[in-house]
Design a protein around this ligand. Structure first.
Ligand code: AMP
Length: 127
């Protein structure tokens, strides 16, 4: 079943300029902004400007230019935050939630870039 994109989601409204964001980076095909409810000292969301619901939708349907731009934007956000381990930063975690099991709240692809503190093990135990 093909994805249906809801253009009333909050990130679509940010992309249209209908609500503000705390911008970190903007490129031709991507936008990065601080999460409104940060879970760590560094918590940035990177989104494609195109109408993609989640990562697999993007991987299947986006152009090569969008995919390259998005990945480079994530890397650039890591540089801006100063979290790149190869450059003396403390490291980070990338999270892309999708669907019910992934507990995705916003149906527009976003990668969380989280860092600035020790993040513990990858997943919480169920419960
Ligand atoms: P997810 O559960 O992966 O869908 O994450 C959605 C994220 O969007 C959460 O971390 C929210 O805090 C964040 N969020 C929701 N609304 C906004 C907003 N207006 N600006 C920035 N971040 C937001």
């Amino acid at each position: 079943m093909p994805y249906e994109y809801d253009d009333q989601n909050i990130f679509a409204k940010i992309l249209r300029g209908e609500i503000p964001c705390d911008k970190v980076l903007e490129t031709e095909h991507s936008l990065a902004f601080n999460d409104i409810n940060p879970q760590a000292p560094d918590h940035v969301l990177v989104i494609p400007k195109g109408a993609y619901v989640c990562f697999d939708h993007f991987a299947d349907a986006a152009s090569d230019a969008e995919i390259v731009d998005f990945n480079r934007a994530i890397g650039e956000v890591c540089r801006i935050l100063g979290v790149k381990p190869g450059e003396g930063g403390g490291g980070y975690r990338l999270i892309a939630n999708a669907g019910d099991n992934g507990v995705a709240e916003v149906p527009h692809l976003h990668v969380h870039v989280v860092g600035g503190r020790w993040l513990g093990r990858m997943l919480q135990p169920p419960g």
